[in-house]
Design a protein around this ligand. Structure first.
Ligand SMILES: [Fe+2]
Length: 304
């Protein structure tokens, strides 16, 4: 698909009605021009990491080696004992996955890119324009050849763009997860990734995307996935967000977790709008209390 426009502007080439029809329901592919932007050259990314992700910014990046199997636990994956600068220099020598979080906080070009791309999604979706966008962030992934990210799901709607190298992306529809699986994650009010068991999924529900430079995919919120980098260094970029509607649904599931622990069989979100609103409101109060209690307990026990 031919892409036009100035080379310093990130553009998504979305197929007609793909966002309107499938956003946050089913995965779909698209094309983009991000591979043509200088800011994604490996040297530019190494320089960004060197200058902007130094001492004091340790929580803004993540280093890991490859998993050995798609169903390996995240915590079991070997850590990488290198500085970020050394990790960049070792991509060809070792098995390394680098995640640069929120580049928009470190370089205005990435802020503009994130906002431009989000605008293009909003242009396609009356549903999203009528919602509120919360926690809009982006991330850059730089990985060695032949690395593997284990099976998990993310609490955000994701647009994932392959910039360099090739990835095989194994993605399932959100409906492959059960309500109890979702509830046990959302009751904590966290925004981190969540692991679930790959063996419980129906292989017929797997979408396999062969991504190369200039291609991308939409990953609905709660769509579990695992990812393989093929035979060369890979660079990918994603931007992701939560809507106000999705956050309410998360909170309803959080409330349902407590009901289920008490022996009830709660109705999933969407079937009882009035009761759903009460559940979400209750969790709006409970989640900050729970976080405060956890902090106080840690501080009292000397672990804060
Ligand atoms: Fe993910």
């Amino acid at each position: 698909m031919a892409l036009t426009g100035s080379l310093d502007i990130g553009r998504l080439e979305l197929r007609p009605n793909s966002v309107e029809r499938s956003f946050n329901r089913e995965p779909f592919g698209f094309d983009h021009n991000l591979s043509q932007l200088d800011m994604f050259e490996l040297g530019s990314l190494a320089s960004l990491a060197d200058k902007q992700y130094g001492p004091g910014h340790e929580s803004d990046f993540f280093l890991a080696s490859s998993a050995t199997a798609p169903d390996e636990r995240f915590r079991a994956v070997k850590s990488v004992n290198l500085s970020l600068t050394d990790a960049f220099c070792s991509l060809n020598k070792h098995s390394i996955r680098i995640l640069l979080k929120r580049p928009e906080d470190h370089d205005p070009r990435f802020r503009k890119l994130r906002d431009d791309l989000m605008e293009q999604i909003l242009d396609r979706s009356p549903e999203l324009r009528n919602d509120r966008i919360l926690r809009l962030e982006s991330a850059i992934f730089i990985t060695s050849a032949a690395t593997l990210t284990p099976f998990h799901f993310d609490p955000s709607a994701v647009f994932f763009c392959q910039i360099m190298g090739k990835k095989t992306y194994h993605l399932y529809s959100p409906t492959t997860l059960t309500e109890p699986e979702l509830e046990q994650f959302y009751f904590r009010g966290m925004v981190d990734i969540a692991q679930v068991e790959l063996t419980k999924r129906d292989p017929k529900e797997e979408h396999v995307f062969q991504l190369s430079a200039g291609t991308g995919l939409h990953q609905p919120q709660n769509a579990p996935h695992w990812v393989e980098t093929q035979g060369d260094i890979s660079v990918s970029y994603s931007f992701f967000f939560e809507t106000l509607t999705a956050r309410k649904t998360n909170r309803i599931r959080g409330f349902n977790h407590y009901l289920r622990m008490a022996g009830a069989q709660p109705q999933p979100p969407g079937l009882q709008p009035g009761i759903d609103a009460l559940k979400a409101e209750a969790m709006n109060v409970w989640i900050p209390c729970r976080k405060t209690l956890s902090y106080v307990r840690s501080a009292t026990m000397g672990r804060s």
